[in-house]
Design a protein around this ligand. Sequence first.
Ligand code: PEP
Ligand code: MN
Length: 263
Amino acid sequence: LASLEAHPEPSIVDVSGVKIGNGHLGMIAGPCSVEDRDRMFRIAESVCESGANLFRGGAYKPRTSPYAFQGLGETGLKLLREVGDKFNMPVVTEVTDPRLVELVAEHADMLQVGARNMQNFALLTEVGKSQRPVLLKRGMSATITDLLMCAEYILSQGNMNVVLCERGVKGFDSATRNLFDVAAVPLIHNLSHLPVIVDPSHATGRPDLIPACALAGLAAGADGVHIEVHDCPEEAKSDGPQALLPDQYRQLADQMKELVKLF
Ligand code: PEP
Ligand code: MN
């Protein structure tokens, strides 16, 4: 179902009115985690002004350590919803557990399946039964075939609204958090009708490299860009070191708008 043979035209995924795919760019921005209320409103206001059309934030965080901040849970979902409604931006948030799909789908416009859960087949089946669009991130050691087969789990349950995300794979050099595989974008487009976006934040883990990789992703044909933004990265509950400041996002958003005019 994910293949071009099954569906030769590029798909467009509609996230509560925001289209992604076939010329429509999903500009997803927001903090890694949903945090306190004022901060969420501040960040949302700034990325919205810069041109982001979808707001992100994790309420359930898949952390390496069980002692690290795990997210605000349902409180975070409600807050994210409130912020999204205020700025008229549909919201994207991660769901980490099949038992949470119904709850997360009540509050969010798009369900994110994170890299660590790409092959959580019970979770894929459950989001496949949901009507909400899904953002499926590539696992950190997953091949493109693996990723497409995981999309297949969702599609085969009847949910055709799947957007894929290249977010970097494990590399050998710790200079970057992951290795940004920009070739994944045209490669997936050669194999599948599903929209593909890039996440240079998790792919590089470095604010200084994010703009170049975001632009490279768009030049390679990405249907959107997913970027983490925080107004005070030192205080961020997760992924502070890779966050762009609101002003840096604004600058990059302007560059991205200029670049896509060339297509
Ligand atoms: C995230 O989007 O904050 C996240 C945890 O991403 P990934 O699953 O790609 O690591
Ligand atoms: Mn993150």
